[in-house]
Design a protein around this ligand. Structure first.
Ligand SMILES: [Zn+2]
Length: 219
């Protein structure tokens, strides 16, 4: 399924499938993660507090990109709709967002440690590091600002004392990035525990960034 997406049952089901995939891979636990895609002038986003295994396409929430959601029915959009909305607005080439609390990303975020260029895969996230967004209470405007700021020129960030967020040109690419980010974070945590990780220099990452221009799942 390629972006741009429209609001249809297949896209809504793809969001549910993405959530189930995150749980199956151990990247998400419980209902802490959330997924959105751009659909025209709105976004489709997972509802708040519904276990993914119970989610049906009609439960996926449609929220305008330029307004506060209005209550329709008993379900609410994810409590994190603000940063999904802010990222889709700030990044017109990104059409999908995945947010979760993967264990190793969250461990680093608890230490308030961004991920430096300890592996060439850091280039998959658009730059020389995976930055850290400053802490703010979940669900609020301030967190949305912090995430958008941290992800300027990047496809991912860790979120202080919270978790991680990635964007993708497609939903598949966002999922791929989240899996790669947790793998990168796991490797970094392990290398920190074994010694002092070597950080690639600027030229080495520039080379990797050039190579990554055409890497990852097809759009
Ligand atoms: Zn969260």
């Amino acid at each position: 399924m390629t972006a741009p997406y429209s609001d249809c049952p297949e896209v809504r089901q793809a969001i549910i499938d993405a959530c189930l995939h995150l749980n199956a891979k151990g990247i998400n636990q419980g209902t802490s993660g959330n997924v959105s895609v751009r659909a025209g002038a709105s976004m489709l986003i997972t509802p708040s507090g519904i276990p993914y295994s119970d989610m049906t396409p009609d439960m996926i929430q449609s929220v305008p990109l330029d307004a506060t959601p209005t209550a329709r029915g008993p379900l609410k959009p994810s409590s994190e709709w603000r940063f999904h909305q802010a990222l889709l607005t700030a990044k017109p080439d990104s059409h999908a967002i995945v947010h979760a609390h993967p264990v190793h990303c969250t461990a680093l975020a608890q230490n308030r440690q961004p991920i430096p260029a300890v592996h060439y895969m850091v280039a998959a996230f658009g730059g020389h590091d995976v930055p850290l967004a400053g802490y703010a209470l979940f669900g609020g405007e301030e967190l949305a600002k912090n995430v958008v700021n941290a992800m300027t020129g990047r496809h991912a960030c860790l979120m202080a004392n919270h978790g991680a967020t990635v964007v993708g040109e497609t939903l598949d690419k966002a999922l791929w990035r989240m899996e790669e980010l947790e793998t990168l974070a796991r490797g970094y945590v392990l290398s920190l525990s074994a010694g002092t990780p070597h950080v690639l220099d600027r030229f080495q990452i520039e080379e990797a960034l050039a190579a990554f221009a055409d890497y990852g799942p097809r759009d």
